[in-house]
Design a protein around this ligand. Structure first.
Ligand SMILES: NC(=O)C1=CN([C@@H]2O[C@H](COP(=O)(O)OP(=O)(O)OC[C@H]3O[C@@H](n4cnc5c(N)ncnc54)[C@H](O)[C@@H]3O)[C@@H](O)[C@H]2O)C=CC1
Ligand SMILES: O=C(O)C1=N[C@H](C(=O)O)C[C@H](O)C1
Length: 272
């Protein structure tokens, strides 16, 4: 049992944190060695299993990342951009695999993560599910096959607690569509529409975000032309799909050379 890779989960009380802790505990392929929460959180010092309302797991929630990461093989991190940037530096120092699910990161945040990946393995993806990563590749292929007579719109729906838009997944899908077409996403991106926007520009890629209730995560890529349209769709109905992907990434990263990887690498779906 103690030979299994030891994993720290950051944001332990969060929606994804709790799902990850359950997934690791039930996997038989890894062991939970740390559970991190932000300073002042009322779970600090408590056994994380009990804090989640279940049996004790023998791991106390801490706010000390340096100490927690020192004894870990991997950190699975679904928190917030500022926290993730801080954890990237600490994980690199500790030479443990850093699996990043956090979305809404700025270019500056991403450049700091990239710097950390010079010293340790980082696996980062806006969506860790098998289905979405397959959809990314399908989107790229369909966008490459169709010309600009087909307008591309990415529509996503999430729960009412989500703080960033468009979702990390929507941006991955938009990037895949732009790559398929051979265009620069920043140049053709239309984020939402409101007011007298003028007609849709040919070749642009639109993003639209719905927020409501407890929607786990739904993504449509619409290719609309005159007389016909195609929709590629993924629906996540259980956060376990993200947690299983993240655990797979943490195990895949063991023994690999430093660098920044994504779930296409982990799942063997990368075309490069
Ligand atoms: N890549 C993927 O497959 C997925 C990514 N996400 C992303 O994961 C992130 C978290 O999502 P949720 O779990 O729904 O959010 P949440 O709000 O339920 O959980 C975030 C947790 O992080 C904790 N946290 C914040 N700062 C911290 C710090 N400095 N140290 C330790 N803990 C800290 C918060 O206290 C909270 O418990 C979001 O960015 C979301 O978009 C969510 C699902 C799947
Ligand atoms: O915040 C969420 O919940 C999710 N976030 C990710 C995103 O921004 O795409 C992945 C998933 O859709 C759930």
């Amino acid at each position: 049992m103690t030979d299994l890779p030891g994993i720290v989960v950051t944001g332990a009380s969060g929606r994804m944190g709790q799902m990850l802790i359950r997934t690791i505990a039930e996997s038989g392929r890894a062991r939970l060695v740390g559970a991190l929460e932000r300073k002042g959180h009322d779970w600090i010092g408590r056994d994380v299993g009990e804090a989640m309302g279940g049996a004790a797991l023998g791991v106390s929630v801490t706010d000390d990342a340096l100490e927690a990461f020192a004894n870990a093989h991997a950190v699975i991190d679904f928190t917030a951009p500022a926290a993730t940037v801080e954890f990237a530096g600490i994980a690199a120092q500790a030479r443990c695999v850093h699996v990043i699910g956090t979305t809404g990161m700025s270019e500056d945040d991403l450049s700091k993560v990239k710097a950390a990946a010079r010293h340790a393995v980082v696996v980062r993806a806006g969506n860790m599910s098998l289905g979405v990563n397959l959809l990314v590749q399908l989107t790229k292929k369909v966008a490459a096959a169709l010309d600009e007579d087909f307008d591309i719109e990415v529509i996503e729906a999430h729960h009412n607690q989500k703080v960033d838009a468009p979702s990390g997944t929507a941006l991955m899908l938009g990037q895949a569509a732009a790559d398929g077409r051979g265009v620069d996403l920043d140049t053709v991106s239309d984020r939402g529409r409101d007011g007298i926007t003028g007609k849709r520009e040919r070749g642009h890629i639109g993003f639209h975000a719905i927020r409501g209730g407890d929607i786990v995560g739904e993504h449509d890529v619409l290719f609309a032309a005159t007389g016909e349209r195609i929709t590629l769709r993924h629906v996540a109905s259980d956060r376990a799909v993200f947690a299983r992907g993240a655990l797979k990434a943490a195990l895949w990263g063991q023994g690999r050379g430093p660098g920044e990887y994504d779930m296409l690498d982990v799942l063997g779906l990368s075309e490069n």
